[in-house]
Design a protein around this ligand. Sequence first.
Ligand code: S3P
Length: 178
Amino acid sequence: MTGRIYLIGFMGAGKSTVAHLLASRFAAPAYDLDRLVEEQAGMRVCEVFETLGEQRFREMETEALRATEHIETGVFACGGGVVVRDENRALLSRLGTIVYLTVSAEVALARIGDVASRPLLSGPSGALAATALLAAREGLYRSVADAVVTTEGRDPSEVAEAVVEALQAQEGTPWHIR
Ligand code: S3P
């Protein structure tokens, strides 16, 4: 495959796991935007939030996203908040094919389990925060998505398969499936 696939969606949607499965399916590398930010920052995402603040994290996230322009081919798992900035949505649309993996706040929280590594959910009312955040973002995810794939009731390999089908259904698809 040549080109970039960006997986977007809420925390707990399974973007990173599905990115790896898709990448092996397409014989392409998988990347995780959060890990790219961590490499750049020299600290974990939760530490960036704690010590530098969310605003700085968002700047670093945009820098990491912009840098993917130099990677010709790959499957990219994006952080759940990547769609919040207008600039990021424009970048995503320009750089590749965007697949929105959907999940409800309830299932997302159950999948995440320990929210310690998710600074936006680790406060005392994590469940409320998840519901409110997802409601605020749902329209943004959909507004940039080339394909929307549900993850509920599916294991990661079934989600990856559904993504492959959704991509193949697109006209003039550049994706070559192994
Ligand atoms: C965030 C999601 C996280 C990470 C950061 C902020 C968000 O990524 O980027 O904690 O705003 O939804 P995952 O979606 O991979 O958990």
